[in-house]
Design a protein around this ligand. Structure first.
Ligand code: SF4
Length: 451
């Protein structure tokens, strides 16, 4: 458990009773409360010894360290998770899916892969889903490896440098140092040799060990050396070991507050199997079981998309429904003849309806009623999407001033509100639309054709 205000107060000057106010707070306890809440910093109290300051900093820092790979808008930050199970709170920092590129691949394959990672982006519920990193692996051709590293540096995508030859690894690191790459693997055998170069130009470190005990000894050694941005690989050899090791790491970090394992994890499904479908299943397991970086041998649209959707769902706050703003949205060049559709503000509903209205190529207004992020049926059954709530929203929206024929289309799933909405909106014709959004293009073209 992070330090509580009472524990902090006891360590403040005079047992927390000095109350000199120099920190800007009226009492030591007030300062302790703010420090525990993370809204002030230890340096505000000038009377703390370095030892107490460091103790507070360590105790108050996240149980799993936040590690950032790359720079700028596309940088990937992983770690700082606070719970083991998603239903407890939320998972905060989604993992990055990395595509492996190796110097033993042909130039054609390599440039195809680089293009894929740039092109494979999907807009889902208003969020852009995309793979996060390129992992460049050394297999013996130094010149080509460094050339690939240089090429990938031109893309604005975080890089994982995978190279067991330390000289080549640090040459590659120097080429892209300003991109803040993750360098991997640092092991118990190469650590001493690698340390001076790591310290000379610090970037995140990927530690590789044979199992949990060995990785702990490595993290402790790096901590002594002042190196904190670490990502862990315990070298699981199969799916069972992957789940076991990832679970042990997450539990030890959060339940036992064991700082030696309080780091994000890197996972290599690409090395666990040569079967592409199995690899996808291993990646899915990594997404669910705490991986921070997941390296795939290649990316294909048809398997990447469901993986990114899984990732999006796992890392969405389960306590907050995905919702869009209540307002009138316009699609195409609307005019006074354009139809008006109404539905609720559950994001998935909005994007499904919006995309079908766009597909229809018929300019239309989409009136989105705030229903606290619930879908149509749930919103209707809880009284949030009924005539009495929709009517006042439509009147207040001003849409009536923009159209000539007052026709409003309600979702087929909410057909039973037709009568009550007509009562709320005198002079309007309420039409029942299809039950499925996919039927909207045909429905709209028939409606516009008839009217
Ligand atoms: S400056 Fe330090 S000693 Fe003074 S009130 Fe604040 S916390 Fe207490």
């Amino acid at each position: 458990m992070p330090l509580k205000a009472g524990d902090i107060q006891k360590k403040l000057p005079d047992g927390g009773k000095k109350n000199c106010k120099e920190c800007g707070f009226p009492t030591c306890f007030a300062f302790a409360m703010k420090l525990a809440a993370g809204t002030t910093t230890v340096d505000k109290c000038p009377h703390l010894s370095e030892e107490v300051k460091n103790d507070f900093i360590e105790s108050l820092s996240p149980l799993i360290r936040l590690v950032t790979i790359g720079t700028g808008d596309n940088a990937l930050s992983i770690g700082e998770e606070e719970v083991i199970y998603r239903h407890e709170k939320t998972f905060c920092h989604p993992p990055g899916i990395a595509m492996l590129i190796c110097d033993d691949e042909t130039d054609e394959v390599i440039s195809k892969k680089i293009n894929k990672i740039k092109e494979f982006q999907f807009n889902r519920i208003g969020q852009i889903l995309k793979p996060g990193l390129i992992a460049v692996k050394f297999s013996g051709n130094k010149e080509k490896y460094l050339d690939i590293v240089k090429k990938t540096a031109d893309e604005d995508i975080p890089i994982v440098l995978i190279c067991e030859d330390m000289t080549t690894l640090f040459e590659a690191r120097n080429l892209v140092y300003d991109k803040n790459p993750l360098i991997y693997p640092i092991t118990k055998d190469n650590l001493d040799k690698a340390l001076p170069a790591i310290k000379e130009k610090p970037t995140p470190i990927g530690l590789k060990a044979k199992g949990i005990d060995e990785i702990i000894s490595l993290t402790q050694r790096l901590k002594q050396e002042g190196i904190k941005d670490i990502v862990l690989d315990t070298s699981p050899q199969n799916l069972k070991e992957l789940i076991r090791d990832h679970s042990i790491i997450r539990r030890a970090a959060l339940r036992q507050e064991f700082r030696g394992l309080g780091y994000p994890i890197i996972s290599f499904p690409c090395h666990l199997t040569t079967n592409k479908l199995q690899e996808v299943l291993f990646v899915a397991t990594g997404i669910i079981k705490y991986a921070g970086i997941i390296v795939m041998s290649d990316l294909e649209k048809n398997t990447l998309f469901p993986l990114l959707v899984l990732l999006q769902n796992i890392y969405t706050d389960p306590r907050v429904p995905l919702a869009v703003e209540e307002k009138i949205y316009e699609f195409g060049v609307v005019n006074e003849e354009s139809p008006v559709l109404v539905t609720c503000n559950f994001a998935l509903t909005y994007f499904a309806v919006a995309s079908e209205v766009e597909n229809s190529r018929i300019p239309a207004y989409l009136a989105i009623k705030d229903a606290e992020g619930l879908c149509v049926l749930a919103a209707w059954s809880t009284g949030k999407f009924i005539g009495e709530t929709i009517g006042p929203f439509i009147k207040k929206s001003g849409i009536a001033d923009k159209i000539k024929n007052k026709k409003i289309i309600i979702p087929g799933l909410a057909a039973r509100i037709k009568g009550e909405l007509e009562d709320e909106l005198p002079g309007w014709e309420v039409r029942v639309g299809p039950r499925e959004a996919s039927e909207l293009p045909v429905f709209l073209s028939q409606m516009v054709g008839k009217s």
